[in-house]
Design a binder for this molecule. Structure first.
Ligand code: GAR
Length: 200
């Protein structure tokens, strides 16, 4: 089984979904480590309670992004990680870190990329008048939220939606989609052809 390091900054509900799916017989990955740049992230306590090894390191005071990311990289390698899954990890990544994990690091983003990169995706989708919104799992490349797409799920936007109501509807799909996408990557069955990922 491929060993996965999950990077979080907060609540950790996607991390929990990935951990739960790893319990199923035949899952091609196991969670080797949950790491956070926020020492009191609620998700860290959830991971500990589930018996998953955890680590945290505050991102401040390391002399810059590249030096902090080098320490995170060392933590992941020490834990024997083969793959990295970003799950609400609210840090931009240095180019060296992205290069070190190229093809082996994925992210979940709460929009139907390439629409609505960045933050506040649910409010922006409502304001834009979208009738469909959703989530995307993609390989991580240096440009934010722009890597090859592995999988997407869509939900309807309702006339009376609020950003929170829409986020909750999308989150249900995130929890379903992310374990499937990570399992597909871990199984080795995905092929990347340019910007396309085949075999999901
Ligand atoms: C999720 O909705 C995830 O898609 C989003 O943050 C939330 C984290 O929730 N990620 C991003 O916005 C990445 N730019 P969680 O901590 O409960 O998984």
């Amino acid at each position: 089984r491929k060993r996965v390091g999950i990077l979080i900054s907060g609540r950790g509900s996607n991390m929990s979904a990935l951990v739960a799916a790893a319990q199923a017989p035949g899952c091609p990955y196991e969670v080797a480590l949950v790491f956070s740049n926020v020492a009191d992230a609620p998700g860290l306590a959830i991971a500990e309670a589930a018996g998953v090894p955890t680590a945290s390191l505050d991102h401040r005071g390391h002399g810059g992004r590249a030096l902090f990311d080098a320490k995170v990289d060392a933590i992941l390698r020490d834990a024997g990680c083969d793959l990295v899954a970003l799950a609400g990890y609210m840090r931009l990544l240095s180019d060296d870190f992205v290069a070190a994990w190229e093809g082996r690091m994925i992210n979940i983003h709460p929009s139907l990329l390439p629409s609505f990169k960045g933050v506040d995706t649910h409010a922006r989708a409502i304001a834009a008048g979208c009738r469909l919104h959703g989530c995307t799992v993609h390989l991580v490349t240096p440009e934010l939220d722009s890597g090859p797409i592995i999988a997407q799920a869509a939900v309807p936007v309702m006339d009376d939606d609020t950003p929170d109501a829409l986020a909750a509807r999308v989150l249900v799909e995130e929890h379903r989609l992310y374990p499937q996408a990570l399992a597909a990557l871990a199984s080795g069955r995905l092929r990347v052809e340019g910007q396309r990922v085949l075999g999901f």
